[in-house]
Design a protein around this ligand. Sequence first.
Ligand SMILES: *Cc1c(COP(=O)(O)O)cnc(C)c1O
Length: 480
Amino acid sequence: MKLIFERGNKNRGCDLVAECDVPLVSVPAAYERKKELNLPQVSETEISRHYTELAGQTFGVNNGFYPLGSCTMKYNPKINDELAKLSEFSDIHPLQGEDTVQGSLYIMRQAEKYLCEITGMDNMDFQPAAGAHGEFTGLKLICAYHQDRNDSKRDKIIVPDSAHGTNPASASMAGFSVINIPSTPDGLVDVEALRSVVGEDTAGFMLTNPNTVGLFEEDILEITSIVHQAGGLNYYDGANLNAIMGVARPGDMGFDVVHLNLHKTFSTPHGGGGPGSGPVGCKKILSRYLPSCKITEKEGILRFADKDEKSIGRVKAFYGNFLVVVRALSYMMSLGADGLKDASQNAVLNANYMMDKLKDVFEIPFGNGRCMHEFVISLDKIKKEKSVTALDFAKALLDYGMHPPTMYFPLIVSEALMVEPTETESKENLDEAIRIYREVYDNACKNPDGFHDYPLTTPIGRPDEVSAARNPILRYNFSD
Ligand SMILES: *Cc1c(COP(=O)(O)O)cnc(C)c1O
C-alpha cells in the first residue's frame, strides 16, 4: 500500500484549514522553520481513499471472530458509544462548576452504586485509567491501611503463579516484595503452600479469578480466610468480570479490594491503546484512602466532598476516563440485572461449548473438562512431533480471516493458545470457528512443513517481531 506521502502531487493539497483570525506573533529566529513543512499534497478523494484502505487492513470485532483470551474483544452495543458522544458529556471541562454538570456527577454516582452492588464493595473510584493502574491503586490502599495502623512490617504480597502478569508487577511497583506460590496440578491455588507463607509480614494476597487458565478458585473462602487470619488483606483482580458478573461477588468471597476493567467487561471497545478505565472498589475499611473525593448530595445538589486527609492522593488527573464510565452505566442500565447475569452465563457457556468440541483433538492441560469464560490449549505435543508451534498455528488462522487467540500466555502452559469466545458470538459462529481450528490442526498433522510460511493472504506475512518492537520506523524517510 502507498503511504500518504507517496500519493498526490505538488500543490494538490486541499485547503481545509480556516483563515487565521488571531494576530500573528513572530517567534525568535532560532525557532523559525528553515524549510517548507513537508506535508502530504493530496486531494480530499485521495485522503479518503488512503484512510479507507488503512481501515481495510485492520481487523476488529466488526470484521470477525476475535477470541483474544484475557483481553475480551467482544462486540459492544453502539448505543453506549452514542451516549458517550453526546456533547453534554464529551464537551465539558473538568474545572467547570459542579452545578453545571449535575448529570455527569449523577452518572458517576450511579455507576459507583451499581458496580458496588455487582462486586459486593462499599465504594468505587474511577480515577485509574486501566486494569494495571487499578491494581497499583488498590495495592496502595492496602499499604495505607497497614501504615495507618502502624503495622509497618507488612511488606509482602502473595501472588499465585496462575495470576495475570500485571499482578506481581503492580505489587512490586507499589513498593511490596512479591512471594510467588505455585499452583496445584489442577491449576488452582495450592492452599497448603499459601498457609505456609502467610505471616506477620503479609500485607495481602492478590488473586486473579478466574485465574489465567480460566478456572474459578474452588477453595476461595478458605483462601481469603487464611489471609485474613494472618492479618493481611485480599485483592481481587476482576479484569474479567464477565465470568461471574451477576452470579457471584468478590465482596462475598472475602475480598477487601477489587479492580474492574470497564474496557473489557463493561462496553468500551479497546485495543490500540485505550482509553480504558480500571476502577477500584473497596470495603469500608479502605474507603478513606481512595484517591478521589466522594460525591455527596446536599439540598438536591451533587458536589465533591473535601479531600479526605487519609487519601493516598490522586493517581490520575481529575476523574479518570469519564466517557468510559458513561458507556459502562449505559451498558448496565440497558442490560439490567438479568441481562448482566445472562452475559456472564453466555460467556461461560460459549467457552465451555468450544472447549468441549475441541478437546478430543487439542490438549487442554487444566480444568477437568470445565472452564469459566476462557480456556487454554497446549500445542506442546504437535510441536514436539511435527515442529508446528503455537505461533505457526496462530498465523495459519489468519488465512481463514480469523483473529488468532492469545499466544504463549499464560506462561505456566507451554505452547499456549488462550481462547475467549465471549458472550457475543452465536452458536453458528462458534461452530465455524471449531471447524476451522480442527481443519488447521488436521493440516498441521498432514503437512507440517508448510506451516512455517503462513499467513499467505495478509498484507504482510511474518514480520521480524523483535525488530518491529525495538526499532519501529515511525517517520517517513524524506531523504530522496
Ligand atoms: C487485562 C488484564 C489486566 C490488565 O489490564 P490493563 O487494562 O491492560 O492494564 C489485569 N488482569 C487481568 C486478569 C487481565 O485480564
